[in-house]
Design a protein around this ligand. Structure first.
Ligand SMILES: Nc1ncnc2c1ncn2[C@@H]1O[C@H](COP(=O)(O)OP(=O)(O)OP(=O)(O)O)[C@@H](O)[C@H]1O
Ligand SMILES: [Mg+2]
Length: 464
């Protein structure tokens, strides 16, 4: 059986059918019993009341009067003496003899039910003893035809059948609606996941409600959106890589062809070889950065944190970069709070700062000031890389950490940038448990703020 709705429906139906049958049976039995009990009690009460009259006047006239009264009703009365001789009767009931013979002990004064098997017998019957001075002198037998009880039961059965049939139909209808309602979202989700496994992530699941099924639908929808996003990202990334690789290769091939085929002057040869070397450098820079990203995506690079004395660390970087800054006539300052330490991977932190400072170097012009400021704020250490360069337009600022994002494609390309530096920086900072944000104003400058947690102040040459 494959259909969930069918399975659910059958389980529901069997359960409800059992409950309904049990309840109907219980109701039917108790209704029937109480109805028959009522008839018997009233029959006995009638017999007892005749008996009371007879105890007062046990004469022919009273007997005749009682018989006359009963002949008008659908009950019968038979009055006998102690030995079973019929004194008066509204209808002949020869079985009286049997009843008298079967009486084992004395009949209780309030009477007895002699026949309660209305299903198989023609009559139900009761007996009430007539007593005079504490001695039984006769019996009042009351009979009631079971035809009326049978008729009543038939009516009752008919009603039960109708009610049973209608409630069965209603149950089936409710089950169909319910199981469809339950199974429908599950079927939708199954189809959605099948679609996703076939590579189609354009899944739309409705999730109205606040139950577990809606939560599941929301989770699947979220998953499909994420996968869709990832696929789009991968596609964009691959096409960006292809594009970035193609451009330098086209240059290299074009100039290599020229060098190979034509007789060129030494000056042109030098120029073209220079372009080829520049593009080759660019290619290896791109491949190096891609390799870094691949390692980060695989989580296969390890951050080995050590306690760094930031002052020393930043001075070292200044030493490495100063010549480049001087060459471009840029002012480069480092300010670090005394004794400040940071738990970080030295090589990775250097990579982060080098990337940011190389950007500053590329995107500032002569006379601009570049500062690195390291300070402590409560339990955090902030490192600010500030420049007074041309800044980043407001619309580009939210995207600069994206892979291959460059503000001015042509300009940054001419500066050798491929747009991967900041995305690598961001991943490295996050791998340290830190955060990076950027603030920038066009023509005023840019500030990158790195924030790292879990630092302790370096005091008295002690590492805490
Ligand atoms: N200090 C800065 N001043 C102005 N613009 C900047 C600065 N830093 C980054 N940018 C802008 O952000 C873009 C993204 O920077 P990112 O470092 O990721 O790439 P890139 O420098 O172009 O290439 P790569 O660093 O991969 O060689 C740059 O292209 C540049 O337009
Ligand atoms: Mg860069």
């Amino acid at each position: 059986m494959r259909k969930l709705s069918l399975k659910l429906g059958i389980i529901f139906f069997i359960t409800l059918f059992c409950i309904e049958t049990f309840m109907m049976f219980f109701l039917h039995t108790s209704l029937t019993n109480s109805r028959v009990e009522e008839e018997l009690t009233s029959l006995q009460a009638r017999g007892n009341s005749h008996r009371t009259i007879l105890e007062r006047n046990f004469d022919k006239e009273t007997l005749a009067h009682i018989v006359l009264m009963e002949s008008e009703e659908d009950t019968d009365v038979v009055i006998t003496n102690i030995s079973g001789t019929i004194l008066a009767s509204s209808n002949p009931h020869p079985e009286i003899k049997d009843y008298i013979n079967q009486l084992e002990n004395t009949v209780p004064y309030n009477g007895e039910i002699l026949q309660r098997h209305w299903q198989n017998e023609k009559y139900i019957a009761t007996i009430s003893p007539i007593q005079k001075q504490q001695r039984t002198v006769g019996y009042v037998f009351m009979f009631q035809n079971t035809v009326s009880i049978h008729a009543l039961m038939e009516r009752l059965n008919k009603h039960f059948l109708i009610v049973g049939f209608v409630s069965g139909l209603v149950t089936i209808a409710v089950i169909i609606v319910l199981s469809r309602k339950l199974a429908h979202p599950l079927i939708q989700m199954k189809e959605a996941t099948m679609k996703m496994s076939n590579g189609d992530f354009s899944v739309t699941l409705s999730s109205n409600g606040r139950d577990e099924l809606s939560d599941l639908a929301i989770a699947i929808q979220h998953l499909s959106d994420e996968l869709n996003h990832l696929r789009q990202d991968r596609k964009d990334f691959l096409s960006s890589i292809a594009h970035e690789l193609r451009t330098p290769l086209t240059f290299i091939k074009g100039y290599a062809d020229i060098l190979y085929k034509r007789n060129l002057t030494e000056q042109d040869r030098q120029k073209y070889l220079g372009i080829i070397i520049e593009e080759t450098n660019r290619l290896s820079h791109l491949i190096r950065e891609l390799f870094e990203l691949a390692k980060m995506d695989e989580n296969s690079f390890i951050i080995e944190k050590e306690c760094l004395q930031l002052n020393e660390f930043l001075e070292n970087i200044r030493g490495k970069l100063s010549p480049a800054f001087q060459e471009k006539q840029l002012h480069f300052n480092v300010h670090c709070e005394e004794g400040l330490t940071l738990m970080a991977d030295a090589a990775r932190l250097e990579q982060i700062l080098m990337n940011l400072l190389k950007n500053a170097l590329s995107y500032c012009s002569s006379g601009d000031v570049i500062s690195v400021i390291a300070k402590r704020q409560d339990d955090l250490v902030s490192i600010l890389v500030k420049d007074t360069g041309k800044g980043i337009p407001k619309k580009d600022l939210p995207h600069i950490f994206e892979r291959f994002y460059r503000v001015e494609k042509s300009r940054s390309r001419s500066l050798g940038g491929v747009g991967l530096g900041l995305s690598i920086v961001k991943e490295l900072v996050q791998a340290h448990g830190g955060e990076i944000t950027a603030q920038s104003k066009e023509n005023k400058g840019t500030t990158f703020i790195l924030t790292f947690k879990g630092v302790k102040k370096y005091e008295n040459n002690t590492t805490h």
